[in-house]
Unconditional design. Structure first.
Length: 304
């Protein structure tokens, strides 16, 4: 079997077992034989076990058998396939590539959003993360007139709103700083190594953020939003934050509570949806958003 066909098989197995929750080899083989990529050939136990080993080796996803449940197979570490995990992204990306490759005849009717890859710089940083080596690079902010030189400990990378970011730590002050990849140039490994803080958790670091802006001067607090008309369903299906929960509803609205640091990027998003979303509490935050809206209105009034 060709490599690209093997990857299609791996993705099919992962998606099928994840969707079913657990499944017997007989049922799995039957579904496989009926799939578009099997050519009607059933999957033997030997072949399936070989694929299981390859899936664990490539994706870190372990498919195990429950003897007590009637020899049914399931994905052991479901957390690996959480929506924000690398494993889930890999699976979904390859799955999407398979779909697009099999439907090239309508490729002119499949519109995608361009995401800057930053492949070279990203590879250098991730390699440095793996080897626990510092990175040195030049950096120029949009509003700055000069280029600055940095040497930092690369702690993690994050994709947000089509931009890649590097979270680095200064060795001397132990302070963290966020860098946008598209402003980084001439990056390379340093000869100096570092030890990552044992209590650092990348997911937890950004837990209180709306996106990537972590302003610790803004306290964590509960924010209650009222979403009207169709926006209430958009927020239900695509939550603004992992802490979001439904706390009330009415005839044409849902009330959601979010525990977050309401930084400017969060308020900026709410402002863009202010026709459909209203801040109920805290009151000072609602007033702050109101002032932002009035300042926009004043800009347009100056044109008259």
């Amino acid at each position: 079997m060709r490599h690209k066909d093997l990857f299609k098989t791996y993705i099919w197995l992962i998606e099928t077992i994840r969707r079913e929750g657990s499944i017997s080899l007989t049922d799995l083989s039957d579904k496989w034989a009926k799939s578009a990529i099997s050519n009607g050939v059933p999957m033997s136990r030997t072949t399936f076990n070989r694929h299981r080993e390859e899936i664990e080796d490539i994706f870190g996803i372990k498919i195990v058998c429950s003897r007590n449940g009637g020899n049914r197979y399931y994905i052991e570490s479901k957390g690996l396939l959480d929506k924000n995990s690398v494993e889930n992204w890999m699976v979904n990306t390859i799955s999407l590539s398979n779909i697009l490759a099999e439907n090239r005849s309508v490729s002119n009717r499949i519109l995608l959003e361009s995401i800057p890859t930053e492949n070279i710089n990203l590879q250098i940083v991730i390699d440095a993360m793996r080897k626990c080596k510092k990175v040195v690079f030049d950096y120029k902010k949009y509003y700055a007139s000069e280029i600055k030189h940095y040497e930092i400990e690369p702690y993690c990378v994050k994709l947000y709103h089509r931009r890649w970011y590097l979270l680095g730590r200064y060795s001397d002050t132990q302070e963290f700083r966020l860098f946008a990849f598209d402003r980084i140039s001439t990056i390379r490994h340093s000869s100096e190594k570092f030890k990552i803080a044992p209590d650092f958790n990348a997911t937890e670091y950004f837990n209180e953020c709306f996106g990537v802006a972590l302003n610790t001067s803004v306290p964590v607090q509960k924010v209650i939003l009222r979403a009207y008309t169709n926006e209430r369903y958009y927020l239900r299906d695509l939550p603004l934050h992992h802490s979001q929960r439904l706390v009330g509803e009415g005839k044409d609205f849902f009330d959601y509570e979010i525990t977050i640091r309401p930084t400017e990027d969060f308020l900026g998003y709410l402002l863009s949806r202010s026709k459909f979303i209203k801040i109920l509490s805290p009151r000072y935050l609602a007033e702050q958003l109101k002032e932002m809206a009035l300042s926009i209105l004043a800009n347009y009034q100056d044109d008259n």
